[in-house]
Ligand binder design. Structure first.
Ligand code: ZN
Length: 516
């Protein structure tokens, strides 16, 4: 049975307050958390509501007054059969990307990043295509950093991927013919805005090379936004399936579902698989009783938490343990507050030596940055900890404690030329043009049977009166916050890896639990 907890009532109602605090403590204590998100987590990021009369849809209608396309038609794979509906789609996506480009990650995105920095995130899975997780510092499946290039098709480097983008990424485009994928540059965006798909540079280069040696020209494909439409297989479906299975096998100890109405078939299945794995990992009541001091936190381990404004359907009664009613941003802020109070040691500011890019050639070290976003982690030693650098594999309870310190990611720099693409943690290293390279990836399509993954419903969005569920997309609304880069993924910064790990003396930080 699902326990409903109203965030608003937490100030006045003592039992609700206690349970919410215990949930926060459980988050702080769990070590293999799977986070699953939908459009609700991007609502506060300021994406304009494209369903409203002033929204993006109205702009598209202005450009194509004679075309009638309903919400779902705009995202159905069948739109490519008709040149006009394809043109509307390109224009719409171009408008949507522009609004996403000026949005910033929400506290909820940053919370997921915090879980990762503190070695508690097993993996994040999202239905969203806005790429805001990556802007918060979580490498996504669409990221170039997640791809390994050997012979044949590109594979995903599972350990690098912290956020699985179930419906693709609006910031990338791919060729409809050869499947090569590229960052969505301003030129491509301008072309899409007029309803015209740009030619694939990869196909074009191959064709002109043949023409140059007097051979027959080849077909040149066009580029499309690299998002997954209704009734369309995910190009990375096989890799995503592998990651999903691996995460299930790792026995996640908590599932947090945020900002989704859980209505899309393929997505529901993924959530149910994780929920089952989490419940199977729950400690037995006997184990909790044996350790009365830890009882509160322990009894909250192995739970499924759903944070959303609207309730889940009755099919979730035996799957979701707690429904936190409210905004995801408010809940994550409460969790962090409770966590800081209950386990201040997790938030201690550490000082450490920091190696910079220049130092790797000159042999000098720069001093100490203050690092707050760090965490104690138990492990036998540096070697094993290194193995877990990307994936968060916690070690057994009673091993020596090791602090793994990573610098926080810089906020996005003001211009595309200064934007580092790599996992560079330095804010003070600017890239020279010679340190950048453009990468072109050729990828063969892979097939994924799971259909209809796309677009759950943004139930955390304030649904306009009269809007049907079909009108509610999983894109998350958006409004301008700051100007941002356009071709953020085009430049690969060759900055040094900046992960610094410092081993501290073993220390005991057994804090009193927050039970009350
Ligand atoms: Zn191509």
């Amino acid at each position: 049975m699902t326990v409903t907890l109203d965030l608003e009532a937490s100030t006045s109602d003592a039992p609700t307050r206690r349970t919410l605090s215990n949930l926060s403590l459980a988050v702080a204590k769990c070590k293999k958390i799977v986070v699953v998100t939908g459009a609700g987590i991007s609502c506060s990021c300021g994406i304009p509501d494209f369903r409203s009369s002033n929204g993006l849809y109205a702009l598209v209608k202005e450009q194509y007054p004679d075309v009638v396309m309903k919400g779902r038609d705009l995202f159905d794979a069948s739109l490519f059969r008709d040149p006009t509906s394809a043109a509307v789609f390109y224009t719409f996506i171009s408008q949507l990307k522009k609004s996403i480009d000026v949005a910033s990650p929400s506290p909820t995105h940053r919370f997921i990043k915090t879980l990762d920095s503190k070695k508690k995130l097993l993996r994040s899975y999202t239905q969203n295509i806005d790429g805001l997780e990556e802007r918060a510092g979580l490498i996504g499946t669409a990221s170039q950093e997640a791809k390994s290039h050997g012979k044949g098709k590109a594979k995903i480097k599972m350990k690098e991927v912290r956020n699985v983008q179930l419906h693709g990424d609006i910031h990338r485009v791919r060729c409809t013919f050869c499947s090569a994928d590229f960052p969505c540059t301003q030129d491509y965006l301008d072309s899409f805005l007029t309803g015209t798909p740009p030619d694939c540079p990869e196909c074009a280069a191959r064709s002109s090379a043949r023409v140059a040696r007097s051979a027959r020209a080849l077909k040149v494909g066009t580029l499309r936004p690299a998002i997954v439409l209704y009734d369309e297989p995910h190009p990375l479906g096989d890799d995503i399936g592998t990651i999903h299975s691996a995460d299930i096998a790792r026995k996640p100890d908590m599932l947090i579902i945020m900002g989704t109405s859980l209505k899309v078939h393929g997505f529901k299945k993924l959530v149910k698989d994780f929920a089952r794995a989490v419940h199977e990992s729950a400690p037995s009541p006997a184990a909790s009783a044996a350790s009365p001091l830890k009882k509160n936190a322990k009894s909250f381990a192995g739970k499924v938490i759903f944070v959303n404004k609207t309730a889940p359907g009755s099919e979730w009664d035996n799957i979701i343990d707690y429904h936190v009613v409210g905004e995801t941003d408010r809940w994550v802020e409460k969790v962090i507050d409770d966590w800081k109070k209950a386990r201040p040691a997790d938030w201690e500011v550490q000082k450490t030596l920091v190696a910079t890019g220049e130092s790797s050639t000159t042999g000098t070290f720069h001093v100490a940055k203050e690092i707050t976003n760090t965490i104690g982690l138990k492990s036998k030693g540096a070697k094993r900890k290194n193995d877990r650098k990307r994936e968060n594999v916690p070690a057994a309870e009673d091993e020596d404690e090791v602090f793994d310190i990573t610098l926080p990611l810089p906020s996005p720099p003001p211009s595309p030329s200064k934007r580092p693409r790599s996992r560079c943690h330095y804010t003070d290293v600017e890239m020279s043009p010679s340190k950048k390279s453009r990468e072109v990836v050729l990828r063969e399509p892979v097939h994924f049977e799971e259909r209809g993954l796309l677009f759950g419903n943004a139930t955390n969005a304030s649904t306009k009166p009269g809007a049907t569920l079909e009108d509610v997309f999983d894109l998350g609304p958006n409004v301008a916050a700051k100007p941002k880069t356009t071709s953020k993924k085009s430049a690969k910064a060759k900055a040094p890896k900046a992960q610094v790990e410092v081993l501290l003396e073993s220390r005991t930080t057994k804090k009193a639990t927050l039970s009350s």
